[in-house]
Design a protein around this ligand. Structure first.
Ligand code: SF4
Ligand code: SF4
Length: 187
C-alpha cells in the first residue's frame, strides 16, 4: 500500500509483557517527562497580566488615527476600501460643517466607517493605501465574541482616544508606534 507520508506507524499488536501489565513503567515514563519540564523555561505566560512583546511587523486590529489636535484624519476618500482584498471596509462620507473644524481635519470625513473583522485578513493594505495616515494596524487583536455582529467594528471601536482629553489612553493605543514616530522625526 502506498502512503502519502512516511509518518504512518503500524499498530503494535504484541502481547503485553508482565512489566507493561503493571503499568508502573508507563507511569514512571510519564512522570519523568513531567519532571523534565519542571526545570525548563515555561512556554506559557499568565495572560492577560503578562503580555508578550509583539514583533515590530505584527499587524493587528485597525485604529483610526487623529492628529495632534485630536481631529480625525480620515477624509473618506475610500482608497482603503478599494485596496482591501477582503472587501471588509464600509464607509459613508459626509461634508464637514462650519464649526466642526476641531473634529475633522479635512473638508470631508467618514460619518460611518466599519470593518468586518471576520473578513479582515490583517494584510495591512488599507494602511498602505491611506494617503492621510488615518488608519493603521496596531499591536493588539480583535477580542473574541459570541456573535457575528460583535465583529463589525464601527468608528466608536476603531477611533484612537483623543490625545488631549485622554493622553494616557492615547499613548497606550499608539504603542511602539509612538517610539517609531519619535525616531523618524529625530532622523
Ligand atoms: S488589513 Fe487587509 S483585509 Fe483587513 S481591512 Fe485592511 S486591507 Fe482589508
Ligand atoms: S482611512 Fe485613509 S484611505 Fe481610508 S477613507 Fe480614510 S483617508 Fe481614505
Amino acid at each position: 500500500m502506498q502512503h502519502l507520508t512516511n509518518r504512518a506507524k503500524p499498530v503494535d499488536r504484541k502481547p503485553m509483557t508482565a512489566l507493561e501489565k503493571l503499568y508502573l513503567w508507563n507511569i514512571a515514563k510519564g512522570m519523568w517527562i513531567t519532571l523534565k519540564h519542571i526545570f525548563k523555561r515555561k512556554a506559557t505566560i499568565n495572560f492577560p497580566e503578562q503580555r508578550r512583546e509583539f514583533s515590530p511587523v505584527f499587524r493587528g486590529l485597525q485604529v483610526l488615527n487623529r492628529d495632534a489636535e485630536g481631529r480625525e484624519n480620515c477624509t473618506a476618500c475610500g482608497l482603503c476600501a478599494v485596496a482591501c482584498p477582503a472587501e471588509a471596509i464600509t464607509m459613508e462620507a459626509a461634508e464637514r460643517q462650519p464649526g466642526e473644524e476641531h473634529l475633522y481635519r479635512e473638508e470631508k470625513y467618514a460619518a460611518k466607517y466599519e470593518i468586518n473583522m471576520l473578513r479582515c485578513i490583517f494584510c495591512g493594505l488599507c494602511e498602505e493605501a491611506c494617503p492621510k495616515d488615518a488608519v493603521y494596524l496596531s499591536e493588539t487583536f480583535a477580542p473574541s465574541n459570541y456573535q457575528r455582529k460583535g465583529f463589525i467594528y464601527g468608528k466608536e471601536d476603531l477611533l484612537i482616544p483623543h490625545p488631549k482629553l485622554e493622553p494616557e489612553a492615547y499613548q497606550q493605543a499608539l504603542g511602539t508606534r509612538a517610539k517609531r514616530q519619535e525616531k523618524a522625526s529625530s532622523n
